[in-house]
Design a protein around this ligand. Sequence first.
Ligand code: LLP
Length: 421
Amino acid sequence: MDHFLYRDGALFAEDVPISEIAAAVGTPFYVYSTATLQRHFKLFDDALDGTDHLVCYAMKAASNQAILKTLAQAGAGMDVVSGGEYLRAKAAGVPGDKIVFSGVGKTADEIRTALTGGIRQFNVESEPEMQVINAVALDLGKVAPITIRVNPDVDAKTHAKIATGKSENKFGIPISRASEVYALAASLPGLEVIGIDVHIGSQLTELEPFELAYTKVAELTERLRSEGHNIRRLDLGGGLGIPYTRSNDAPPLPVEYGAMIQKTLGHLGCEIEIEPGRLIAGNAGLMVSSVIYVKSGEDRDFLILDGAMNDLIRPAMYEAHHDIVAVEEPAAGVEQRPYDIVGPVCETGDTFARQRNMPPLKSGDLIAFRSAGAYGAVMSSEYNTRPLIPEVLVNGDQFAVIRERPSFDEIINRDTIPGWL
Ligand code: LLP
């Protein structure tokens, strides 16, 4: 459920007409709903009710500080994957003891930043990384709290580019080598081993792969405890999928996911962390764009939009489907017709949808991409010298620009010309 609904023939974000935002900021833009962000966070928080837990929002999904603050005020911690994300979370007011640091290649500088500013834990991904965290911690006279990310060799049954839990993926240490790696960690004085971390992929639409992985984590917890490690925290990663279409089967709900966690891991008495990103932000955001031209091709019509692959790369990168709707609600019974929906960027990959049925549209009409809140704005670029598009946050009947559209001067003046030119 989200808060982008038609009212009296027009699409709204909560109580604000999309057309009003478009008139104020121009298109294309991203718009997020506060109520949807809060609702999705609460679904996870409630799903783990009764268990000591922290929902650490995977801020890579949408990292605007206004979004982080909204979620932090609701009680979220943050999962960060770079020094930049760490500093952004801190800038949004998230305390270090609610920030977990994931990622396969943390540099010594990033580790130092986090240890200095305060960190809940590092999710360690390899032995060399463990050695660096130990060295930096000793240098700073600190002890770094860590979990070790294990790779359970489970098929997440998702798009290959976002599956992370198979042995051929770059993530984590093989679960078969866990005893050895935990023993090494325990021998390093700059580290305090507190738990286990696992994350098997993103946009999972079934519980089974999670359950397989978490069952392995339960077994591992008992084994490591018997080997003398005080395993008291389990970070279970993110990955629960969202419905990208209104028609297909809906993925499991957070409450079902939470019940499965209790079932597979509840008996261990560990504190539970989860790192959802997409399910919190995905359906809390739209990308709104205008039709520039309707072009008739040899055998098809093209809707050429002012939004492009640089603004929303998911269709080009993952063959992802986003529902696309007209902002003005089509009249009942109006005949839909197929369009190829494309952006103005100079490559055929800049195609959002092929032969998608839409109501008749004309130049200047507004359309909205649904489910664009996660991995939308954060993955955008300035390809074709197209400015990053603004982000807007709606809260009830109010809206605010939370990232401005840069001017062409700002973009162009970032280049510096060497003296020899
Ligand atoms: N934790 C870790 C360690 C992760 O690597 C990720 C996502 C998450 C949590 C959050 O997963 P989520 O709940 O959002 O599924 N750009 C791709 C998705 C990449 C996901 C990367 N890791 C896309 O647009 O589909």
